[in-house]
Design a protein around this ligand. Structure first.
Ligand SMILES: NC(=O)c1ccc[n+]([C@@H]2O[C@H](COP(=O)([O-])OP(=O)(O)OC[C@H]3O[C@@H](n4cnc5c(N)ncnc54)[C@H](O)[C@@H]3O)[C@@H](O)[C@H]2O)c1
Length: 254
């Protein structure tokens, strides 16, 4: 039987884990809309992948998300899978945490996931089929110092996803999260210096204390290891998996 190409949205896919997820879907025979605030990087990523297109979307803007989903439907006819992946980190103690940074993290990670889900659900409901995959983190289940907004947003994504799963459990729509442990991307590389400064230690000590020390496999995960999990959750074999958080963390939550 010939496999049908699916239309997949991946947010924050210009680089890092999102790019690896987009690559995994393209390699699976699907077409991917790469939604990112960095439009040039998104277009470059799409050109590199082939069966993909880059779009400028600022996930803090409801109008941007609505217009983007309408554009994908106008160009490709439907949406089959949405992967809410975009995110960012900010390191600070709670008392020094700037409100604008708090709001930005919550708006991208939590509200962006809500809005993208809100505007794709009617498409899924109309055909009684769809996949929502939210990239959370082990920080959706365990906290870490200096990451209050990130941890709060990721716990929120966990609760939001389970609600979406229950609201749609009797349809062909599933909603799940992937909880990666530390993955080799810029998001991790950028935070080591600040963690070291907060602790008053070297970057190597910060890496050991905050990142590798908590990871039983003692290695950074590779982005493709998250991509492969996303393709699995979007497969027919995962039809009965909903409201689940798949931990891809080298054993961190064991
Ligand atoms: N790297 C890790 O160790 C790790 C671990 C667990 C979870 N995660 C999660 O995986 C996801 C991807 O992380 P990553 O490490 O690839 O990060 P990254 O910083 O490499 O990539 C994040 C992408 O999101 C995009 N983005 C940020 N704000 C946006 C906005 N307002 N609108 C649209 N796009 C926006 C960025 O432009 C970038 O392309 C995030 O949700 C992150 O929290 C990462």
């Amino acid at each position: 039987m010939e496999k049908k190409e699916r239309i997949v949205i991946v947010t924050g896919a210009a680089q890092g884990i999102g790019f690896a997820i987009a690559k995994a879907f393209v390699e699976n025979g699907d077409w991917v809309a790469i939604a990112d605030i960095k439009v040039e990087a998104a277009e470059k990523a799409a050109a590199q992948l082939g069966n993909a297109k880059g779009y400028k979307v600022d996930l803090t803007l409801e109008e941007d998300i609505k217009r983007f989903v309408e554009q994908v439907v106008a160009e490709k006819g439907t949406v089959d899978v949405v992967v809410n992946n975009a995110g960012l980190q900010y390191i600070s103690t709670v008392e020094d945490f700037p409100l604008d940074k708090w709001n930005q993290l919550l708006r991208v990670i939590l509200t962006g996931t809500f809005l993208m889900t809100k505007y794709t659900l009617p498409i899924f409901k109309a055909k009684n089929k769809g996949r929502i995959i939210n990239i959370s983190s082990t920080h959706g289940q365990i906290a870490d110092p200096f990451k209050s907004a990130y941890v709060a947003a990721k716990f929120g994504v966990e609760g939001f996803t389970k609600t979406v799963a229950l609201e749609n459990a009797q349809t062909g729509i599933t909603a799940n999260t992937i909880m990666p442990g530390p993955v080799r991307t810029q998001l991790i590389e950028n935070q080591i210096a600040k963690l070291a400064a907060e602790d008053g230690t070297s970057e190597q000590e910060a890496m050991e204390k905050h990142i590798l020390g908590k990871q039983p496999m003692k290695r950074l995960l590779e982005p493709f290891e998250v991509g492969a999990t996303a393709v699995f959750l979007a497969s027919e074999g995962a039809n009965a998996i909903t409201g689940t958080s798949l931990n891809v963390s080298g054993g961190m939550l064991a």
